[in-house]
Ligand binder design. Structure first.
Ligand code: APR
Length: 334
């Protein structure tokens, strides 16, 4: 998954480069800057001294020394002064400069802290949005795995209204695993009445509602595999494979596997990520999920939250991941 949002201590991450939220002197400080210098050892400061500082919005690179990461990319985010003094543009520039530097040094994996959201006072939810949007845009054009490291939970305050909406949606649908969901109760009642539960299509056919051609078409689609339906939907949407898997936050290698193996069975988060990327209405999302052997389960908060976004036709995968993260769920994507 090209963009992963994780809760971790960035100094422990074994990636090609970690990004430091530094100040213009590059001579260390508190927060993540202090943590990185402590973990890297005194040689890091010695190299930083040779760089003669860094302008806000720019980035410079050093070795990682005692850190598990090969490089440290030092960038300087803006100090928050109310939001009317170009802070957003400078923050975007800090992320972009760091990503360009990582690319120039052939880094395949990079970890960012939430720049400017600590000592520099940038409101955390706005800092998060800038980070996700800027990194997400970059990843549409470049193959790299980027970790956005959230150190403290407060950083993850998705909008109060959205949080309340989703919590209500969960309450209405989410049942704990120990009790039968309403659907299961309904299926049990149906199978008690008619022997074995009967798929709707056959029942409709039994009732003579489908024409013979419609039934054949329906049976053909029933035989369609996940991979076939995915490729058909990509063509129907008139988008390229790359546009689809980038939007699904899925890496190219995994997509190639799915495309080349007609019987490939993806994980449920992957199947859901494609349903979101294709902006499928709920019914078709259920259908695509079914082709991979899954169904939305109301005994899973993850499913209920993704169903919320699809039902509200909000297909922004990064917003969905922010919500999943806020509810302590794993994220969408490969
Ligand atoms: N791993 C990951 N993230 C961390 C860690 C860590 N070990 N320590 C702190 N953070 C997070 C903070 O929770 C915050 O969300 O990094 C984010 C950035 O906060 P700061 O480190 O305070 O950086 P910033 O807000 O950009 O201010 C930079 O602070 O440390 C000084 O020298 C630095 O003067 C500069 C200023």
């Amino acid at each position: 998954m090209p963009l992963q949002i994780v809760r971790n201590d960035i100094t422990t991450m074994k990636v090609d480069a970690i990004v430091n939220a530094a100040n213009e002197s590059l001579l260390g400080g508190g927060g993540v800057d202090g943590a990185i210098h402590r973990a890297a050892g005194p040689d890091l400061l010695a190299e930083c001294r040779t760089l003669h500082g860094c302008q806000t919005g720019q980035a410079k690179i050093t070795k990682g020394y005692r850190l598990p990461a090969r490089y440290v990319i030092h960038t300087v985010g803006p100090v928050w002064r109310g939001g009317q003094q170009g802070e957003r543009e400078l923050l975007i520039s800090a992320y972009r400069s760091s990503l360009e530097l990582a690319l120039a040094h052939r880094c395949e994996t990079v970890a960012f802290p939430l720049i400017s959201s600590g000592v520099y006072g940038y409101p955390k939810d706005q800092a998060l949005k800038v980070a996700v949007d800027t990194i997400g845009d970059f990843l549409l054009a470049h193959d790299m795995t980027v970790y956005l490291v959230i150190f403290d939970r407060a950083a993850y305050a998705i909008g109060e209204k959205l949080f309340a909406d989703i919590a209500a949606w969960i309450d209405d649908r989410y049942v704990d695993a120990h009790t039968d969901s309403r659907e299961t109760q309904y299926r049990r009642a149906m199978s008690a009445q008619s022997g074995v539960g009967m798929p709707a299509s056959c029942a409709a056919a039994e009732a003579g509602e489908d024409t013979f051609e419609q039934l054949i078409a329906r049976l053909n689609q029933l035989d369609e595999s996940f991979s076939q339906m995915l490729l058909r939907k990509i063509d129907e949407r008139g988008i390229t494979d790359a546009q689809c898997y980038k939007k699904a936050n899925i890496d190219r290698k995994l997509f190639s596997k799915i495309r080349s193996d007609v019987h490939y069975k993806p994980s449920k988060p992957t199947a859901l990520a494609f349903a979101v990327a294709l902006e499928l209405p709920l019914e078709e999302a259920r259908d695509l999920l079914g082709k991979a052997g899954y169904a939305f389960s109301h005994a899973s908060k993850f499913d209920v939250i993704v169903e919320y976004f699809i039902a509200h036709r909000n297909y922004d995968i990064f917003e969905i991941n922010e919500a999943l993260f806020a509810f302590d769920q794993s994220l969408l994507g490969g």
